[in-house]
Design a protein around this ligand. Structure first.
Ligand code: C2E
Ligand code: CA
Ligand code: CA
Length: 408
Protein backbone atom coordinates (compact mmCIF):
# COMPACT_ATOMS: atom_id res chain seq x y z
CA UNK A 1 0.00 0.00 0.00
CA UNK A 2 1.32 3.46 -0.87
CA UNK A 3 1.10 6.23 1.74
CA UNK A 4 2.25 9.81 2.66
CA UNK A 5 5.01 11.00 5.04
CA UNK A 6 5.90 14.45 6.44
CA UNK A 7 9.42 15.73 7.17
CA UNK A 8 10.72 18.83 8.96
CA UNK A 9 13.58 20.91 7.49
CA UNK A 10 16.90 19.11 8.00
CA UNK A 11 15.28 15.67 8.39
CA UNK A 12 16.89 12.75 6.56
CA UNK A 13 14.46 11.08 4.16
CA UNK A 14 16.92 8.47 2.95
CA UNK A 15 20.60 7.70 3.47
CA UNK A 16 23.28 6.70 0.98
CA UNK A 17 24.26 3.06 1.56
CA UNK A 18 20.96 1.98 3.15
CA UNK A 19 18.85 -0.64 1.41
CA UNK A 20 15.67 0.82 0.02
CA UNK A 21 12.34 -0.55 -1.08
CA UNK A 22 10.36 2.53 -1.97
CA UNK A 23 10.40 5.69 -4.07
CA UNK A 24 9.10 9.12 -3.13
CA UNK A 25 7.13 11.77 -4.98
CA UNK A 26 7.29 15.26 -3.48
CA UNK A 27 3.77 16.49 -2.89
CA UNK A 28 4.98 19.70 -1.26
CA UNK A 29 8.40 20.96 -0.23
CA UNK A 30 12.05 21.05 -1.32
CA UNK A 31 14.71 18.38 -0.79
CA UNK A 32 18.42 18.13 -1.42
CA UNK A 33 19.98 15.05 -3.03
CA UNK A 34 23.65 14.58 -2.15
CA UNK A 35 26.49 12.08 -1.97
CA UNK A 36 29.41 12.06 0.44
CA UNK A 37 32.82 11.67 -1.20
CA UNK A 38 35.62 11.54 1.36
CA UNK A 39 35.21 14.76 3.31
CA UNK A 40 33.18 16.51 0.71
CA UNK A 41 29.39 16.62 0.31
CA UNK A 42 28.41 16.83 -3.37
CA UNK A 43 24.91 18.16 -3.99
CA UNK A 44 23.47 16.36 -7.00
CA UNK A 45 20.09 18.01 -7.21
CA UNK A 46 17.51 20.15 -5.50
CA UNK A 47 14.07 18.70 -6.06
CA UNK A 48 10.66 20.20 -5.50
CA UNK A 49 6.90 19.57 -5.88
CA UNK A 50 6.15 16.83 -8.39
CA UNK A 51 9.72 15.49 -8.54
CA UNK A 52 10.53 11.86 -7.81
CA UNK A 53 13.52 10.37 -5.99
CA UNK A 54 14.63 6.95 -4.73
CA UNK A 55 13.04 5.37 -7.81
CA UNK A 56 15.94 2.99 -8.47
CA UNK A 57 15.06 0.97 -5.38
CA UNK A 58 11.72 0.16 -7.01
CA UNK A 59 13.40 -1.73 -9.79
CA UNK A 60 16.63 -3.01 -8.32
CA UNK A 61 16.16 -3.00 -4.54
CA UNK A 62 19.83 -1.97 -4.39
CA UNK A 63 21.33 0.19 -1.67
CA UNK A 64 20.62 3.91 -1.93
CA UNK A 65 23.20 5.68 -4.04
CA UNK A 66 22.58 9.13 -2.52
CA UNK A 67 21.16 10.77 0.59
CA UNK A 68 18.09 13.00 0.59
CA UNK A 69 17.33 15.68 3.19
CA UNK A 70 14.34 17.96 3.51
CA UNK A 71 15.20 21.66 3.10
CA UNK A 72 11.70 22.92 3.91
CA UNK A 73 8.69 21.21 5.56
CA UNK A 74 8.11 18.41 3.06
CA UNK A 75 5.29 15.99 2.32
CA UNK A 76 6.01 12.98 0.11
CA UNK A 77 3.92 10.17 -1.34
CA UNK A 78 5.69 6.87 -0.83
CA UNK A 79 5.46 4.28 -3.62
CA UNK A 80 6.26 0.83 -2.30
CA UNK A 81 8.24 -1.83 -4.11
CA UNK A 82 5.59 -4.62 -3.99
CA UNK A 83 3.16 -2.29 -5.76
CA UNK A 84 5.71 -1.43 -8.43
CA UNK A 85 6.87 -5.03 -8.82
CA UNK A 86 3.29 -6.12 -9.38
CA UNK A 87 2.98 -3.51 -12.15
CA UNK A 88 6.32 -4.58 -13.64
CA UNK A 89 5.24 -8.23 -13.61
CA UNK A 90 2.15 -7.30 -15.64
CA UNK A 91 4.24 -5.35 -18.14
CA UNK A 92 5.52 -6.72 -21.40
CA UNK A 93 8.68 -8.74 -20.49
CA UNK A 94 10.70 -6.80 -23.07
CA UNK A 95 9.81 -3.49 -21.44
CA UNK A 96 10.67 -4.91 -18.01
CA UNK A 97 14.01 -6.17 -19.31
CA UNK A 98 14.75 -2.80 -20.95
CA UNK A 99 13.97 -1.07 -17.71
CA UNK A 100 16.52 -3.17 -15.82
CA UNK A 101 19.07 -2.64 -18.57
CA UNK A 102 18.59 1.14 -18.58
CA UNK A 103 18.98 1.16 -14.84
CA UNK A 104 22.25 -0.76 -15.00
CA UNK A 105 23.50 1.74 -17.63
CA UNK A 106 22.42 4.61 -15.46
CA UNK A 107 24.34 3.20 -12.47
CA UNK A 108 27.41 2.83 -14.64
CA UNK A 109 27.17 6.35 -16.12
CA UNK A 110 26.50 7.84 -12.74
CA UNK A 111 29.58 6.40 -11.09
CA UNK A 112 31.64 7.77 -14.00
CA UNK A 113 29.97 11.17 -13.56
CA UNK A 114 30.79 11.27 -9.88
CA UNK A 115 34.47 10.92 -10.67
CA UNK A 116 34.25 13.99 -12.99
CA UNK A 117 34.51 17.67 -12.04
CA UNK A 118 31.43 19.04 -10.28
CA UNK A 119 30.37 21.29 -13.18
CA UNK A 120 29.41 18.21 -15.20
CA UNK A 121 26.85 17.08 -12.64
CA UNK A 122 23.11 17.31 -13.05
CA UNK A 123 21.82 20.71 -11.92
CA UNK A 124 18.71 21.88 -10.13
CA UNK A 125 16.30 21.46 -13.03
CA UNK A 126 17.51 18.00 -13.87
CA UNK A 127 19.15 19.43 -16.99
CA UNK A 128 22.81 18.73 -17.60
CA UNK A 129 25.19 21.48 -18.77
CA UNK A 130 24.19 20.88 -22.40
CA UNK A 131 20.53 21.00 -21.38
CA UNK A 132 18.29 17.94 -21.52
CA UNK A 133 15.30 18.32 -23.79
CA UNK A 134 12.42 19.85 -21.84
CA UNK A 135 9.99 17.42 -23.43
CA UNK A 136 11.64 14.55 -21.59
CA UNK A 137 11.11 16.36 -18.32
CA UNK A 138 7.52 17.03 -19.27
CA UNK A 139 6.98 13.38 -20.10
CA UNK A 140 8.44 12.44 -16.75
CA UNK A 141 6.16 14.90 -14.99
CA UNK A 142 3.14 13.41 -16.73
CA UNK A 143 4.06 9.97 -15.43
CA UNK A 144 4.51 11.40 -11.96
CA UNK A 145 1.16 13.15 -12.08
CA UNK A 146 -0.39 9.82 -12.99
CA UNK A 147 1.48 8.08 -10.18
CA UNK A 148 0.23 10.67 -7.75
CA UNK A 149 -3.32 10.31 -9.08
CA UNK A 150 -3.18 6.53 -8.62
CA UNK A 151 -1.81 7.02 -5.12
CA UNK A 152 -4.59 9.45 -4.28
CA UNK A 153 -7.18 7.06 -5.72
CA UNK A 154 -5.89 4.24 -3.54
CA UNK A 155 -6.37 6.24 -0.37
CA UNK A 156 -9.64 7.92 -1.42
CA UNK A 157 -11.89 5.20 0.00
CA UNK A 158 -10.19 5.27 3.41
CA UNK A 159 -10.43 9.07 3.38
CA UNK A 160 -14.19 8.91 2.64
CA UNK A 161 -13.76 11.00 -0.51
CA UNK A 162 -16.29 9.11 -2.63
CA UNK A 163 -19.95 9.95 -2.79
CA UNK A 164 -22.91 8.79 -4.84
CA UNK A 165 -25.24 10.94 -6.85
CA UNK A 166 -28.58 9.60 -8.01
CA UNK A 167 -30.13 10.30 -11.39
CA UNK A 168 -33.89 9.69 -11.55
CA UNK A 169 -35.43 7.51 -14.27
CA UNK A 170 -39.02 8.30 -15.29
CA UNK A 171 -41.93 6.44 -16.89
CA UNK A 172 -42.38 8.23 -20.22
CA UNK A 173 -46.13 7.68 -20.43
CA UNK A 174 -47.03 9.37 -17.15
CA UNK A 175 -43.92 11.05 -15.72
CA UNK A 176 -43.78 8.80 -12.67
CA UNK A 177 -40.38 8.47 -10.99
CA UNK A 178 -39.59 4.76 -11.39
CA UNK A 179 -36.04 4.50 -10.09
CA UNK A 180 -32.57 5.94 -9.80
CA UNK A 181 -29.13 5.21 -11.16
CA UNK A 182 -26.32 5.48 -8.60
CA UNK A 183 -23.33 7.36 -10.07
CA UNK A 184 -20.06 7.75 -8.23
CA UNK A 185 -18.15 11.01 -7.72
CA UNK A 186 -14.76 11.63 -6.13
CA UNK A 187 -14.34 14.68 -3.92
CA UNK A 188 -10.58 15.17 -4.35
CA UNK A 189 -8.89 17.32 -1.69
CA UNK A 190 -7.10 19.51 -4.28
CA UNK A 191 -8.82 18.92 -7.60
CA UNK A 192 -12.41 19.20 -6.37
CA UNK A 193 -15.21 17.00 -7.69
CA UNK A 194 -14.02 14.42 -10.24
CA UNK A 195 -16.50 12.57 -12.45
CA UNK A 196 -16.14 8.80 -12.98
CA UNK A 197 -14.94 8.97 -16.58
CA UNK A 198 -11.69 10.39 -15.20
CA UNK A 199 -10.97 7.62 -12.72
CA UNK A 200 -13.01 4.45 -13.26
CA UNK A 201 -10.59 3.15 -15.90
CA UNK A 202 -7.64 3.68 -13.59
CA UNK A 203 -9.56 2.07 -10.73
CA UNK A 204 -10.09 -0.91 -13.03
CA UNK A 205 -6.43 -1.12 -14.01
CA UNK A 206 -5.29 -1.03 -10.39
CA UNK A 207 -8.15 -3.31 -9.21
CA UNK A 208 -9.11 -0.58 -6.76
CA UNK A 209 -12.56 -0.84 -8.36
CA UNK A 210 -13.16 -4.00 -6.27
CA UNK A 211 -13.31 -2.28 -2.84
CA UNK A 212 -14.82 0.85 -4.43
CA UNK A 213 -17.52 -1.31 -6.04
CA UNK A 214 -18.46 -2.85 -2.67
CA UNK A 215 -18.73 0.61 -1.19
CA UNK A 216 -20.93 1.77 -4.11
CA UNK A 217 -23.22 -1.24 -3.80
CA UNK A 218 -23.59 -0.94 -0.05
CA UNK A 219 -24.16 2.83 -0.13
CA UNK A 220 -26.70 2.56 -2.95
CA UNK A 221 -28.64 -0.20 -1.15
CA UNK A 222 -28.54 1.65 2.16
CA UNK A 223 -29.71 4.93 0.65
CA UNK A 224 -32.53 3.36 -1.36
CA UNK A 225 -33.72 1.68 1.84
CA UNK A 226 -33.47 5.01 3.64
CA UNK A 227 -35.50 6.82 0.96
CA UNK A 228 -38.17 4.12 0.84
CA UNK A 229 -38.48 3.87 4.62
CA UNK A 230 -38.50 7.65 5.16
CA UNK A 231 -41.25 8.14 2.58
CA UNK A 232 -43.24 5.13 3.84
CA UNK A 233 -43.07 3.19 0.57
CA UNK A 234 -44.46 -0.34 0.82
CA UNK A 235 -41.66 -2.87 1.23
CA UNK A 236 -42.94 -4.93 -1.69
CA UNK A 237 -43.43 -2.05 -4.11
CA UNK A 238 -41.31 -2.53 -7.24
CA UNK A 239 -40.62 1.21 -7.45
CA UNK A 240 -38.49 3.15 -6.90
CA UNK A 241 -35.61 0.86 -7.79
CA UNK A 242 -31.88 1.50 -7.84
CA UNK A 243 -29.48 0.74 -10.67
CA UNK A 244 -25.86 0.08 -9.74
CA UNK A 245 -23.04 0.01 -12.31
CA UNK A 246 -20.70 -2.98 -12.23
CA UNK A 247 -17.54 -2.95 -14.31
CA UNK A 248 -15.81 -5.84 -16.17
CA UNK A 249 -13.10 -6.21 -13.50
CA UNK A 250 -15.72 -6.59 -10.78
CA UNK A 251 -17.45 -9.37 -12.71
CA UNK A 252 -14.23 -11.38 -12.74
CA UNK A 253 -13.99 -11.13 -8.94
CA UNK A 254 -15.24 -14.53 -7.74
CA UNK A 255 -16.14 -13.19 -4.28
CA UNK A 256 -18.34 -10.39 -5.67
CA UNK A 257 -21.77 -11.96 -5.56
CA UNK A 258 -21.34 -13.63 -2.19
CA UNK A 259 -20.42 -10.22 -0.79
CA UNK A 260 -23.33 -8.54 -2.61
CA UNK A 261 -25.63 -11.15 -1.04
CA UNK A 262 -24.29 -10.30 2.42
CA UNK A 263 -24.76 -6.58 1.77
CA UNK A 264 -28.38 -7.18 0.66
CA UNK A 265 -29.05 -9.06 3.93
CA UNK A 266 -27.24 -6.50 6.03
CA UNK A 267 -29.03 -3.46 4.58
CA UNK A 268 -32.41 -5.21 4.58
CA UNK A 269 -33.26 -4.02 1.06
CA UNK A 270 -35.51 -6.24 -1.06
CA UNK A 271 -33.21 -7.57 -3.86
CA UNK A 272 -35.99 -7.13 -6.45
CA UNK A 273 -35.51 -3.38 -6.37
CA UNK A 274 -31.80 -3.52 -7.17
CA UNK A 275 -30.69 -3.63 -10.81
CA UNK A 276 -27.14 -4.43 -11.78
CA UNK A 277 -25.97 -2.57 -14.90
CA UNK A 278 -23.44 -4.32 -17.14
CA UNK A 279 -22.19 -2.73 -20.31
CA UNK A 280 -23.02 -4.29 -23.62
CA UNK A 281 -19.28 -4.77 -24.25
CA UNK A 282 -19.13 -7.29 -21.37
CA UNK A 283 -21.68 -9.50 -23.15
CA UNK A 284 -19.76 -9.28 -26.41
CA UNK A 285 -16.25 -9.78 -25.06
CA UNK A 286 -16.92 -12.58 -22.61
CA UNK A 287 -20.38 -14.04 -23.22
CA UNK A 288 -19.86 -17.15 -21.09
CA UNK A 289 -18.69 -15.22 -18.06
CA UNK A 290 -21.47 -12.67 -18.58
CA UNK A 291 -24.12 -15.40 -18.77
CA UNK A 292 -22.92 -17.11 -15.57
CA UNK A 293 -22.77 -13.75 -13.82
CA UNK A 294 -26.26 -12.71 -14.94
CA UNK A 295 -27.74 -16.03 -13.79
CA UNK A 296 -26.12 -15.66 -10.38
CA UNK A 297 -27.31 -12.06 -10.00
CA UNK A 298 -30.84 -13.26 -10.74
CA UNK A 299 -30.52 -16.11 -8.25
CA UNK A 300 -29.89 -13.47 -5.60
CA UNK A 301 -33.22 -11.92 -6.63
CA UNK A 302 -31.77 -8.81 -8.32
CA UNK A 303 -32.47 -7.61 -11.86
CA UNK A 304 -30.00 -7.11 -14.70
CA UNK A 305 -29.74 -4.17 -17.08
CA UNK A 306 -27.57 -3.96 -20.17
CA UNK A 307 -26.01 -0.51 -20.29
CA UNK A 308 -24.83 1.60 -23.25
CA UNK A 309 -26.70 -0.63 -25.70
CA UNK A 310 -25.80 0.23 -29.28
CA UNK A 311 -22.12 0.85 -28.60
CA UNK A 312 -20.87 -2.74 -28.26
CA UNK A 313 -21.75 -3.94 -31.77
CA UNK A 314 -23.75 -6.92 -30.54
CA UNK A 315 -26.52 -8.02 -32.82
CA UNK A 316 -30.08 -7.84 -31.66
CA UNK A 317 -30.50 -11.58 -32.08
CA UNK A 318 -27.84 -12.00 -29.40
CA UNK A 319 -30.11 -10.64 -26.73
CA UNK A 320 -32.35 -13.65 -26.25
CA UNK A 321 -29.30 -15.60 -25.05
CA UNK A 322 -29.13 -13.52 -21.89
CA UNK A 323 -31.92 -13.42 -19.29
CA UNK A 324 -31.86 -9.65 -18.93
CA UNK A 325 -34.60 -7.39 -17.59
CA UNK A 326 -33.68 -3.96 -18.91
CA UNK A 327 -31.93 -2.55 -21.94
CA UNK A 328 -30.51 0.95 -21.73
CA UNK A 329 -30.16 2.56 -25.13
CA UNK A 330 -26.94 4.55 -25.25
CA UNK A 331 -27.23 8.31 -25.36
CA UNK A 332 -25.24 8.69 -28.59
CA UNK A 333 -27.90 6.57 -30.25
CA UNK A 334 -30.71 8.57 -28.73
CA UNK A 335 -29.05 11.89 -29.65
CA UNK A 336 -28.67 10.82 -33.30
CA UNK A 337 -32.31 9.91 -33.77
CA UNK A 338 -33.05 13.11 -35.68
CA UNK A 339 -29.92 13.31 -37.80
CA UNK A 340 -29.74 9.62 -38.69
CA UNK A 341 -32.97 7.86 -39.58
CA UNK A 342 -31.25 4.47 -39.07
CA UNK A 343 -30.86 5.18 -35.36
CA UNK A 344 -34.58 5.75 -35.17
CA UNK A 345 -35.27 2.54 -37.08
CA UNK A 346 -32.94 0.58 -34.83
CA UNK A 347 -34.59 1.94 -31.70
CA UNK A 348 -37.92 0.95 -33.22
CA UNK A 349 -36.62 -2.59 -33.79
CA UNK A 350 -35.18 -2.78 -30.28
CA UNK A 351 -38.48 -1.75 -28.73
CA UNK A 352 -40.39 -4.30 -30.83
CA UNK A 353 -37.96 -7.08 -29.94
CA UNK A 354 -37.90 -6.15 -26.28
CA UNK A 355 -41.68 -6.57 -26.12
CA UNK A 356 -41.44 -10.17 -27.28
CA UNK A 357 -38.51 -10.87 -24.97
CA UNK A 358 -40.20 -9.15 -22.03
CA UNK A 359 -37.39 -6.65 -21.61
CA UNK A 360 -37.99 -3.03 -20.53
CA UNK A 361 -36.29 -0.19 -22.36
CA UNK A 362 -34.64 2.89 -20.84
CA UNK A 363 -33.54 5.66 -23.20
CA UNK A 364 -30.45 7.40 -21.82
CA UNK A 365 -29.34 10.98 -22.35
CA UNK A 366 -32.77 12.49 -23.08
CA UNK A 367 -32.03 16.20 -23.25
CA UNK A 368 -34.92 17.70 -25.21
CA UNK A 369 -38.71 17.62 -25.39
CA UNK A 370 -38.43 16.65 -29.09
CA UNK A 371 -36.48 13.50 -28.21
CA UNK A 372 -38.93 12.71 -25.46
CA UNK A 373 -41.84 12.95 -27.89
CA UNK A 374 -40.23 10.60 -30.42
CA UNK A 375 -39.29 8.06 -27.76
CA UNK A 376 -42.82 8.15 -26.46
CA UNK A 377 -44.11 7.56 -29.98
CA UNK A 378 -41.75 4.61 -30.30
CA UNK A 379 -43.26 3.12 -27.13
CA UNK A 380 -40.10 3.30 -25.12
CA UNK A 381 -41.07 2.80 -21.45
CA UNK A 382 -38.47 4.72 -19.42
CA UNK A 383 -36.33 7.82 -19.93
CA UNK A 384 -33.32 9.25 -18.12
CA UNK A 385 -31.54 12.48 -18.92
CA UNK A 386 -30.77 16.11 -18.24
CA UNK A 387 -34.26 17.09 -19.49
CA UNK A 388 -35.61 15.71 -16.21
CA UNK A 389 -32.69 15.94 -13.81
CA UNK A 390 -28.92 15.69 -13.58
CA UNK A 391 -27.55 13.19 -11.06
CA UNK A 392 -28.19 14.73 -7.61
CA UNK A 393 -27.20 14.18 -3.97
CA UNK A 394 -29.34 11.99 -1.71
CA UNK A 395 -31.37 14.81 -0.12
CA UNK A 396 -32.32 16.24 -3.51
CA UNK A 397 -33.12 12.74 -4.83
CA UNK A 398 -35.40 12.18 -1.86
CA UNK A 399 -37.14 15.53 -2.51
CA UNK A 400 -37.70 14.64 -6.19
CA UNK A 401 -39.21 11.33 -5.13
CA UNK A 402 -41.40 12.92 -2.50
CA UNK A 403 -42.75 15.48 -5.01
CA UNK A 404 -43.65 12.78 -7.50
CA UNK A 405 -45.23 10.56 -4.86
CA UNK A 406 -47.54 13.39 -3.85
CA UNK A 407 -48.70 13.64 -7.49
CA UNK A 408 -49.65 9.95 -7.77
P1 C2E B 1 -23.31 5.49 -17.54
O1 C2E B 1 -23.53 4.27 -16.73
O2 C2E B 1 -23.72 5.43 -18.97
O3 C2E B 1 -24.05 6.65 -16.77
C1 C2E B 1 -24.74 7.68 -17.39
C2 C2E B 1 -23.86 8.89 -17.58
O4 C2E B 1 -24.49 9.77 -18.46
C3 C2E B 1 -23.63 9.69 -16.29
O5 C2E B 1 -22.33 10.25 -16.34
C4 C2E B 1 -24.70 10.76 -16.40
O6 C2E B 1 -24.40 11.94 -15.67
C5 C2E B 1 -24.66 11.03 -17.88
N1 C2E B 1 -25.94 11.59 -18.34
C6 C2E B 1 -27.17 11.35 -17.88
N2 C2E B 1 -28.09 12.01 -18.58
C7 C2E B 1 -27.44 12.71 -19.53
C8 C2E B 1 -27.86 13.60 -20.57
O7 C2E B 1 -29.03 13.91 -20.77
N3 C2E B 1 -26.87 14.12 -21.37
C9 C2E B 1 -25.57 13.82 -21.18
N4 C2E B 1 -24.67 14.38 -22.01
N5 C2E B 1 -25.13 12.98 -20.20
C10 C2E B 1 -26.06 12.43 -19.39
P2 C2E B 1 -21.31 10.11 -15.17
O8 C2E B 1 -22.00 10.18 -13.84
O9 C2E B 1 -20.20 11.05 -15.45
O10 C2E B 1 -20.81 8.61 -15.30
C11 C2E B 1 -20.03 8.21 -16.39
C12 C2E B 1 -19.84 6.72 -16.40
O11 C2E B 1 -19.02 6.29 -15.32
C13 C2E B 1 -21.11 5.94 -16.26
O12 C2E B 1 -21.75 5.92 -17.50
C14 C2E B 1 -20.58 4.58 -15.83
O13 C2E B 1 -20.12 3.85 -16.93
C15 C2E B 1 -19.39 4.97 -14.98
N6 C2E B 1 -19.78 4.91 -13.56
C16 C2E B 1 -20.44 5.81 -12.82
N7 C2E B 1 -20.59 5.39 -11.55
C17 C2E B 1 -20.02 4.17 -11.49
C18 C2E B 1 -19.86 3.19 -10.45
O14 C2E B 1 -20.31 3.35 -9.32
N8 C2E B 1 -19.21 2.03 -10.79
C19 C2E B 1 -18.74 1.80 -12.05
N9 C2E B 1 -18.11 0.65 -12.28
N10 C2E B 1 -18.87 2.69 -13.05
C20 C2E B 1 -19.51 3.86 -12.76
CA1 CA C 1 -25.02 2.94 -16.23
CA1 CA D 1 -25.12 4.23 -20.04
Amino acid sequence: MNYQMNYLPGATILMEGETGDCAFIIDKGVVEVSVQREDEKIVLAILKDGDIFGEMALVSGDVRSASVHALTPTTVSVICRPYFQEKLAQTDPIIAMLMRLLLARFHEARSKLLSMPKTCLINIDGKNQEGNPVTEKEAQREVLVRFKFINDLQSALAKHQFLLHYQPIYVLANGKLAGFEALIRWQHSEKGMITPNHFINIAEDTKEIIPIGYWVFETACRNLKLMRDTLGIDQHSAEPWMSVNVSPTQIKDTALLERFGQILDMTGIDPHVIKIELTESVLVENPQLALTFIREVKQLGMKVAVDDFGTGYSSLSYLHLFPIDILKIDRTFVANMFSDFRCREIINAIVALSKSLNIEIVAEGVETKELEAVLHELNCRYAQGFLYSRPVAIDKAMALLENRLSEY
